[in-house]
Design a protein around this ligand. Structure first.
Ligand code: PEP
Ligand code: MG
Length: 931
């Protein structure tokens, strides 16, 4: 009984399946379409939008059909064959076009010609193939000439078909890989050029019909000779050849490489669009063009584009003739003398202008349009969301909100963090960069561009800066003694180090261009030379760095001015602030950085690294005292040094808190890797030994005793406060006295004390006693009222994350130190990944450098656990992040999802974080609206 029922059900299902055979072809045109704009996965971007333009918007789209991406998948999964039903489907759809156009494919009297174009889900400009004029054969040519009365036009179309088809179908899709410059297209191009020279004409349109006819004969003979095959003279053979070539081109080298760069999945497949040909090359009443509904370079809201009279689409892109401007807003230095379409064909221009307005209203975005005018009749061939640069993206987003075309949530999603970054950094002029090859490559540690003269030490970098010149500081690696030189240099290039190495961290904090881990550098400090790319460079030679990509170039390339003056930046960021729910703070260690951070919109400091006061400007004296403290021989000596340090520390903290008035300042207790502070220069060592009253031998013994096998896991962070409580007490006093004095001066100071590198709640309990005692002492001494403070900890050791429930009971906030948390979760040293991480990435063992992009699966799981447990213990626990990931957009989105109170990042990244936080919130709002 059961068996029978199952059988019956199976039969019905099979019947249904037969009835509902998979639909592989979707037609469009003449005010109707089987698909629509939402069907990008199936029809590709181009096919979906053609359907939308034809079916929904009733725009003049030449009739055609789209073969779905599923056929591409089938083709590659089934040894380059098609589904059984495809042939009949294509033929039926071709018939449909024939009915609509009243032309027949292959007809001798009234032939229909079609184009075949690829169209994946995401646009892959220039990566895949297009073939025009399919259907022209010995038989159909006379019919076309009779119909159009224009032999020149027909032979021009035919020579284009031979060129495209032999190149795309007969050579590339057949897997023939000619040497560079010896491909069939190049050969045929050469013949065309030769003919033009012979005839003394510069423009293709001036070649007479009979010459073109002869050229077509020669073309076909050459194709036969080179590719050992006849050029097909059967329209159906041409059509299927072209369709197959588009599918084949999905896995062509160019397309694969492009997908790898753009992160487009390889299994998406492309659709194929077959469409009635319309001709822009039918004389002076015809034209073809590419336009944007707004200027993609500036964001200016006027219709913008170029066109060519008497030409086919490829001519505009190929740059053979200088295209003319659409209107006065589109004219440039090369085209301003040429007549605009608005003047030449006012009626068509008006129609096109109305269409572009309609398209923007419909798609709510700037669109990139391709069109053809055939004898004064306008046809729309494509529309897609247009690519744009950072300046334009920001301008458009703001304008479209004003125009009520999009919501503020949509607007913040219209600008990528990379585009916003373009507005913030000095950069190499892309035109200058396009023409040259890099001579070396390292890790892109600090984005932007820098050009300048090579120097090999900090002093020389400072000297150059003082002389008003740009320096590129080339070092094996950098250490705290290089700081001033790093600040003075326009760019930094190091041989060793990873993305969170000292140089990288500092450079990013300053928004300075920096490349680290450029392993191939051979530096000779004695000769003051560096070898790379097979060449030796001397001090004073010029280099250009692209810190965004990690490329080093010879010579000084042209730079674009930093986008600081962009008039829209502030307005756009204000819009982001309206949308975001998470706060954005800065990692800042000086008054100067705090002021900068406020300018960039930081709402407080999430990490003030006290030990950074021992680097850089005016650090000589405090650094000297710190060194005395580190190298002291007794408790007494150390306590004296600690007291000596107090006024310096207080001064720095107070100035920074003042600059951040009204906002919280998280001061982290010292976390110095002690060995980094032992001087390496002999004269500095001697000076210190003298101050300590010890011999050089004793000095060396003490320095050696500080040596640790694994300093990153050694005597640092809270461990220093546990072994030397006076250090915690002094810092706490410095924090509270600064705050108390500011409050008395009427400045709103909000100190937050942060304990680093915690692994157990008992460490916090021990330090909190010291902090509280210092607070009580300061309040008693200063009699200040309303001095509030909070105590929190960094979560940067996995054990603290695991035991977050206990830790939260003793803290007011958690700040995830994801640099150390990543280091300790992976067991990867943050300073030594250069020797193995590139191989991990190359082999695909890891997808990304976890020090750059937060490892959401592993480290993220610890964070998720810690937030949940922490808030369980203390529902109002403040949660933030202050590791380098705090400025990484993907990581910011993760923090938003996990309910963080704030992210904190270097001052220069604050705008990016404001955008990323807004985008995360906007996605929430839009997803809710969709439900
Ligand atoms: C961290 O570990 O993420 C952090 C912010 O601290 P530091 O980089 O100073 O170790
Ligand atoms: Mg840390």
């Amino acid at each position: 009984m059961v068996k029978k029922t199952v059988k019956k059900a199976a039969k019905t299902a099979a019947k249904k399946a037969v009835k509902k055979a998979v639909k592989y072809v979707y037609s469009f045109g003449a005010g109707k379409a089987e698909g629509n704009g939402k069907m990008k996965e199936l029809l590709g971007g181009k096919g979906a939008n053609l359907a939308e333009m034809a079916g929904q918007l009733k725009l003049p789209v030449p009739p055609g059909f789209t073969i779905t991406t599923e056929v591409c998948t089938y083709y590659w999964n089934n040894k380059r064959t098609y589904p059984k039903t495809l042939k009949a489907d294509v033929e039926a759809n071709l018939k449909k076009i024939e009915r609509e156009t009243k032309k027949q494919f292959g007809s001798e009297k009234n032939p229909l010609l079609v184009s075949v174009r690829s169209g994946a889900r995401a646009s892959m400009p220039g990566m895949m193939e297009t073939i025009l004029n399919i259907g022209l054969t010995e038989k159909t040519i006379p019919g076309m000439i009779a119909k159009t009365g224009d032999a020149r036009f027909v032979y021009d179309a035919y020579r284009r078909l031979i060129m495209m088809y032999s190149d795309v179908v007969m050579e590339k899709a057949a897997g023939i890989e000619p040497k560079d410059g010896e491909g069939i297209r190049k050969i045929l191009d050469g013949m065309l050029e030769e003919l033009k020279n012979k005839l003394g004409v510069s423009d293709d349109t001036h070649i007479p019909a009979e010459e073109l006819q002869k050229l077509c004969v020669q073309f076909k003979a050459t194709v036969k000779k080179v590719l050992k095959k006849d050029f097909p003279d059967d329209p159906m053979e041409q059509l299927w050849g072209a369709i197959g070539a588009v599918f084949a081109s999905w896995n062509g080298k160019r397309a694969i490489a492009y997908r790898n760069i753009e992160n487009i999945p390889h299994d998406w497949g492309t659709a194929v669009n077959v469409q009635t040909m319309v001709f822009g090359n039918m004389g002076d009443t015809s034209a073809t063009g590419v336009a944007f509904t707004r200027n993609p370079g500036t964001g200016d809201s006027h219709f913008y584009g170029e066109y060519l009279i008497n030409a086919q689409g490829e001519d505009v892109v190929a740059g053979i003739r200088t295209p003319s401007p659409m209107n006065k807003w589109s004219a440039n230095a090369h085209s301003k003398h040429l007549p605009t379409l608005e003047k030449v064909m006012p009626k068509v221009y008006k129609e096109l202008d109305a269409i572009q307005k309609k398209l923007e209203k419909h798609f709510h975005d700037m669109l990139d349009i391709e069109f053809t005018i055939e004898d004064q009749k306008l046809w729309m061939l494509q529309c897609r969301v247009g690519k744009r640069n950072g300046t334009a993206a920001v301008q458009m987003a703001l304008d479209m909100v004003k125009e009520r075309l999009i919501s503020k949530e949509e607007a913040v999603l219209r600008v990528t963090p990379t585009q916003l970054g373009e507005l913030l950094l000095p950069a190499i002029d892309p035109k200058a960069e396009a023409g040259v090859k890099p001579i070396a490559q390292g890790l892109p540690a600090g984005p932007g561009g820098a050009a300048g003269k090579i120097v090999f030490n900090s002093l020389d970098a400072i000297k150059l800066q003082e002389a008003g010149q740009n320096a590129i500081l080339v070092r094996e690696e950098t250490n705290p003694e290089d700081i001033e030189g790093m600040r003075a240099a326009a760019g930094i290039l190091t041989q060793r180090g990873g993305m969170t190495s000292h140089a990288a961290l500092v450079a990013r904090g300053w928004g300075k261009c920096c490349i680290v881990g450029c392993g191939e550098l051979e530096i000779n400090l004695n000769a003051k030379t560096v070898k790379m790319g097979g060449k030796t460079f001397k001090e004073g030679d010029e280099l250009t760095l692209n810190g965004t990509k990690g490329y080093v170039y010879e010579g000084a390339l042209k730079m674009l001015a930093a986008g600081e003056g962009n008039k829209n930046l502030a307005a756009f960021l204000a819009l982001c602030d309206k949308v975001r729910t998470m706060k954005v703070r800065a990692n800042a260690d000086t008054e100067e950085d705090a002021i900068k951070a406020r300018k960039f919109g930081a709402e407080g400091i999430g990490l003030f690294r006290i030990e950074h006061m021992f680097y850089g400007k005016n650090s000589d004296k405090p650094l000297f005292i710190l060194r005395k403290m580190i190298l002291s021989g007794s408790e007494e000596e150390r306590k004296a040094a600690v007291e000596e340090l107090f006024p310096y520390m207080k001064k720095e903290i107070k100035a920074t808190m003042k600059a951040m008035a009204g906002f919280g300042v998280t001061v982290r207790l010292m976390d110095p890797p002690l060995h980094e502070f032992v001087p390496t220069l002999p004269e500095k060592q001697a000076e210190l030994a003298k101050a300590l009253g010890i011999t050089m031998d004793v000095f060396k013994d003490r320095a050696a005793s500080l040596h640790e096998v694994n300093p990153m896991m050694g005597h640092r962070g809270i461990r220093l406060g546990v072994t030397y409580p006076e250090i915690t007490t002094m810092q706490s006093r410095a924090i509270f006295e600064s705050a108390a004095e500011l409050i008395k001066e009427g400045v709103k100071a909000q100190p937050e004390v942060m304990i680093p590198l915690t692994c157990d709640v008992n460490e916090i309990i021990s330090q909190k006693k010291l902090i509280r005692a210092a607070y009580d002492e300061v309040v008693a001494k200063t009699k200040v009222k309303k001095l509030n403070f909070s105590v929190g900890t960094m979560i940067e050791i996995p054990r603290a994350a695991v035991l977050a429930y206990e830790v939260a009971q003793e803290t007011d906030f958690f700040s995830f130190g994801t640099n150390d948390l990543t280091q300790m979760t992976f067991g990867f040293s943050r300073d030594d990944i250069g020797s193995f991480l590139p191989e991990y990435l190359k082999q695909g063992i890891l997808e990304a450098d976890p020090f750059q992009t937060l490892d959401q699966r592993g480290v993220g799981m610890l964070i998720e656990h810690a937030v949940a447990e922490g808030r369980d213990a203390k529902p109002n626990l403040k949660v933030g992040i202050c590791g380098e990931h705090g400025g990484d957009p993907e990581s910011v989105e993760f923090c938003h999802r996990e309910g963080f109170t704030y992210v904190s990042c270097s001052a220069f990244r604050v705008p990016i974080a404001r955008l990323a936080a807004a985008q995360a919130a906007a996605k929430d709002v839009l997803a809710k609206k969709r439900k």
